[in-house]
Design a binder for this molecule. Structure first.
Ligand code: XMP
Length: 512
């Protein structure tokens, strides 16, 4: 048994980020919906964190939870709505604030012990609230304030109940990590007994439990780190009842297929089938230029192939996928609300209702760097674990306009050059993705005294921690020059190379 922190979800978009921060401190946590929180008390529970949420704590019908949580005799930390819920239920009062606070905010500490030990007297926190605490419950003291929020942090040291109006889980809060560490280690007394190895074993057990003794999984293996880690988990969970399907869509990077085959056939002994489907994908993409339409064609074709493959096995009622938490957030309304769909990530948005297979998605609540760590724990080669992310629809979303076979081939060659030069110049370290885009824009050039009228290739390189936001990267002159020379000299059909200097937002990482 591991020490445990309960995270009560009041509907914040950052709830999974809280869970992730706790994992970073090697503490096990469980996220539970607020109305069921009372069922998870007792045992090795060390503390409770109440998440933020979009509602007002004083509003009729606002999300709530059983008050027995308050009597659980473990420390409690309420964040944003969670703090306001505590105030409402412990005899304080919450009102609509005169000033709303969003984004970076200067905060001054009134107490630098306990929760705030080691935090600077003046610090920067990330706020996102309209309501504020007007009256503190009995026994509570102010721990910090901002210009517009007198109660930015509060605490009842005797009962070990705390409230933060700001979000310590968000990276923009400069000393959020220290505050959460203090809560976990100093206040709850956690020692940190939950390792990535434990997480891997939990996921393996989870898959084994979901699939049962006779179920079989058809797993879409893309060659990217996510589905590869799912492959390793499923293989450990159910051995050769996991049937990995690697689809050669004709939209892969150069060397992709060979790497996947050698890793999984030779080292993991996974039951692996490689389906040659380039003609199918490129055939169906002929004449399709709209980005969402392309994604739909590709998503549909993947599902058809997985369905066909599933028929080869008696009990293949499960479809395994490497879906991560950021994919879920961007593709579907995270909490059933009206979050805008930015792109239909092929593994989340595009599944038909009549799929008749249950999804196995052990990474659904994790972030990319956590998945890489898991891959290492599960014994995947570094070459695979450290790979830059590659989207399910492959080169199609980097080939603006029609995915004609000759254009895809051009892009594949350019992409290989970009990757090689970044790596040769040591400029790939710490870069999230670096690749080529075929822009569809044509321009006039001159080569060997001859006029050319060919396509422009863009270099796209970004830094990011989870793919949800990103900053563009400025490669060195030498690296850019090597790419430009090689691409223009070697690849017929490209006569110009440009650098994409757009962050996300307002851009996205892929062009489509
Ligand atoms: P965007 O372009 O949305 O990309 O800023 C964010 C991250 O997600 C990857 N990406 C995908 N991954 N299926 C995937 O598995 C997809 O359909 C997909 N679309 C984008 C992209 O490479 C980047 O890392």
């Amino acid at each position: 048994m591991h020490e445990r922190i309960l995270i009560v979800d009041f509907g914040s978009q950052y709830t999974q980020l809280i869970a992730r921060r706790i994992r970073e401190h090697q503490v096990f946590s469980q996220v539970v919906p607020a109305h069921r929180a009372g069922e998870y008390l007792g045992g090795d529970l060390k503390g409770i964190i109440l998440s933020g949420g979009p509602a007002s704590a004083y509003a009729e019908g606002a999300p709530t939870m059983s008050e027995e949580v308050l009597n659980a005799r473990v420390p409690i930390l309420g964040i944003c709505y969670g703090m306001q819920w505590l105030c409402e239920h412990l005899g304080g009062a919450v009102v609509a604030g005169e000033h709303r606070e969003f984004g970076f905010t200067e905060m001054s500490l009134d107490n630098r012990e306990g929760l705030f030990r080691g935090v600077a007297a003046e610090t920067v926190v990330w706020m996102s609230h309209g309501d504020r605490v007007e009256k503190l419950p009995a026994g509570f003291d102010r721990l910090a304030h901002t210009a517009d929020c007198p109660e930015a942090a509060i605490g009842d040291e005797a009962r070990k109940v705390y409230g933060l109006q700001f979000h310590p889980e968000v990276a923009h809060t400069r000393e959020g990590v220290t505050v959460l560490r203090n809560f976990l280690h100093e206040i709850c007394g956690c020692v940190g007994d939950w390792t990535p190895g434990d997480l891997a074993q939990e996921l393996v057990r989870g898959v084994a439990g979901q699939v049962g003794h006779s179920g079989e999984i058809v797993l879409g293996l893309s060659g990217g780190v996510d589905s590869s880690v799912v492959g390793a988990i499923c293989q450990q969970a159910i051995g050769r009842r996991c049937h990995a399907i690697f689809v050669d869509t004709g939209l892969l990077r150069s060397g992709e297929r060979e790497l996947v085959e050698s890793t999984f056939r030779d080292h993991f002994e996974l039951d692996l089938t490689v389906v040659d489907a380039a003609d199918r994908f490129l055939g169906n993409l002929a004449g399709v230029t709209d980005p969402e339409a392309k994604r739909k064609v590709i998503g549909y074709e993947f599902v058809e192939i997985f369905r066909e493959q599933a028929k080869r096995f008696e009990n293949a009622n499960f479809l395994g996928q490497g879906t991560l938490y950021p994919d879920v957030i961007e593709s579907v309304a995270a909490h059933g609300g009206a979050t805008e769909v930015i792109k239909s990530h092929h593994n989340v948005g595009g599944l038909p209702e009549d799929l008749e297979m249950d999804l196995v998605e052990p990474l659904r609540l994790l972030f990319k760097d956590e998945v890489r760590e898991l891959g290492r724990v599960l014994g995947l080669p570094e070459e695979m674990v450290a790979r830059q992310p590659f989207p399910g629809p492959g080169l199609a979303v980097r080939c603006v306009g029609e995915c004609a076979p000759d254009r895809i081939e051009r892009l594949r060659e350019a992409d290989a050059i970009v990757r090689e030069e970044f790596e040769r110049h040591g400029e790939h370290e710490g870069v999230w993705q670096y690749f080529a885009v075929l822009t569809g824009a044509r321009s006039v050039g001159v080569m060997g005294d001859q006029r050319t009228y060919e396509e422009a290739c863009a270099i796209r390189a970004v830094q990011s921690s989870d793919g949800m936001t990103a900053d563009w990267v400025y490669p060195s002159h030498a690296c850019l020059q090597a790419i430009s020379n090689r691409v223009i000299n070697k690849i017929r059909g490209i006569n110009r190379v440009v650098l994409d200097v757009t962050s996300k937002p307002p851009g996205t990482i892929e062009w489509e």
